[in-house]
Design a protein around this ligand. Sequence first.
Ligand SMILES: Cc1cc2nc3c(=O)[nH]c(=O)nc-3n(C[C@H](O)[C@H](O)[C@H](O)COP(=O)(O)O)c2cc1C
Length: 175
Amino acid sequence: MRRILVAYAGVNGMTRSCAERLAKELKGTDVTLCDLEKEIPSISDYDVCVAGSCVRRGKLRPAAKRFLEETIAGESDCPTGVFLCCGFADRFEEYRDRLIPKAVRERAFLISNFGGTLNPAGKPFWDRLWLFFARLGVVESEIDDGEYTPTLPAMNPENIGQMAFLARTLPLVQK
Ligand SMILES: Cc1cc2nc3c(=O)[nH]c(=O)nc-3n(C[C@H](O)[C@H](O)[C@H](O)COP(=O)(O)O)c2cc1C
């Protein structure tokens, strides 16, 4: 059975929810979920790796940055997909090109935006404040554009499904 590692780092639960949804879509494979904030896995135990991080203040989580730089870019034979969770979907390409190490970008089978949230509800105080103003910015700019139903970010099931499909079906490296 194909052994798939889903390793993620987030703060308020959205990245974890995306990772869990991906794991669900990988039912029938031997899937392991790993929170990089708690543990750094050894990828030699897996056939495929999918690694993800949220973006906060224009940066990856330090644990995810380390994992991509040291483990993925270093041990380069495990097919790897990467996902980001970000509140500003229109900045995804910029985050992808700036935050993901070149060595990882060149060998990833997919780099995808799994979505994100700008919903302040239930978050710690400073995050709530940040999210409140970020959300206000989105709403105001869309009203300026003449669109009165602002499109706030959410989880992106299509992109998660595409990652799951590739992780299940891509040809494996003979070890
Ligand atoms: C303090 C803070 C800073 C953030 N900075 C960014 C950012 O620079 N760019 C962006 O697109 N989203 C940003 N976001 C939105 C997060 O990427 C989004 O809420 C994401 O879903 C968080 O994932 P998590 O729940 O796993 O922490 C920020 C959110 C917070 C609370």
